[in-house]
Design a protein around this ligand. Structure first.
Ligand SMILES: [Zn+2]
Ligand SMILES: [Zn+2]
Length: 233
């Protein structure tokens, strides 16, 4: 079974239609985490400092998740083991396109722990695979909470949302399909990362991460120079 890039792209679009607000990340390894704070490390300390300053200022104007609008506290510090769900971290949401072999980083902003957790298909699937049951009641509860967060974000219909088991089954189907596409993406070479302007991003080129963060913050309305559009209170 050899699927063409067009067939694969049709599958991506089907998932995009099912998950119009937040889609599981399907980026191939190496592009998986467009974590700017990590990528900027190769651009030298001056750029690292510039990105931190930019995000600190942008974060200070933000008090809610850019995806689900839950209130939280922005942080630009390194991800902690016991990170709170309400900690808002700058996150990018790249869109995979098999037809053009590109990852379009057109959306980014400060996202809460739940939204960050459910955008990672591998982590969520592995988590869902843990045998749910009386031995791990706290895991089961967290799993159900993440699944219903993901489903209600994407506005699935009320009939499905009303039944927690159906929600989990729907989420597992979505994430299994996303993960399968991610595996295929990993085996293809020649991906190009595109910035918000749809031009190729050249990582490790000094200044790239700062410019990308600026463009993303600008388009989300949280740029230090832009108009504040974050929900407060
Ligand atoms: Zn990602
Ligand atoms: Zn959120």
């Amino acid at each position: 079974m050899a699927a063409s890039k067009q067939t694969l792209q049709a599958q991506v679009e089907e998932l995009q239609a099912a998950c119009p607000v937040l889609l599981p990340c399907m980026s191939p390894t190496g592009y998986q985490d467009e974590d700017l704070l990590r990528l900027v490390a190769s651009e030298g300390t001056a750029n690292q400092k510039a990105l931190e300053d930019l995000l600190t200022v942008a974060g200070s104007r933000c008090s809610s998740c850019c995806v689900c609008a839950s209130p939280g506290q922005p942080s630009v510090a390194a991800v902690a083991e016991n990170d709170e769900a309400t900690t808002l971290r700058f996150t990018t949401f790249p869109r995979l396109n098999f037809s053009t072999m590109s990852l379009h980083v057109s959306k980014g902003g400060f996202a809460c722990g739940q939204c960050r957790a459910v955008s990672d298909s591998w982590r969520l699937l592995r988590f869902a695979a843990i045998k749910l049951g009386p031995r791990h009641p706290e895991r089961e509860e967290l799993m159900r909470r993440l699944c219903s967060h993901f489903a209600s974000l994407n506005r699935v219909d009320d009939a499905l949302l009303a039944d927690s088991d159906n929600v989990v089954a729907w989420v597992q189907e979505v994430f299994s399909r996303a993960y399968a596409l991610q595996v295929v993406a990993c085996n293809l070479k020649g991906w190009t990362v595109l910035g918000p302007d749809a031009k190729p991003v050249r990582h490790s080129c000094p200044g790239t991460s700062v410019a990308l963060a600026k463009a993303l913050l600008h388009s989300s309305g949280t740029a230090p120079t832009g108009k504040k559009r974050c929900v407060t209170g």
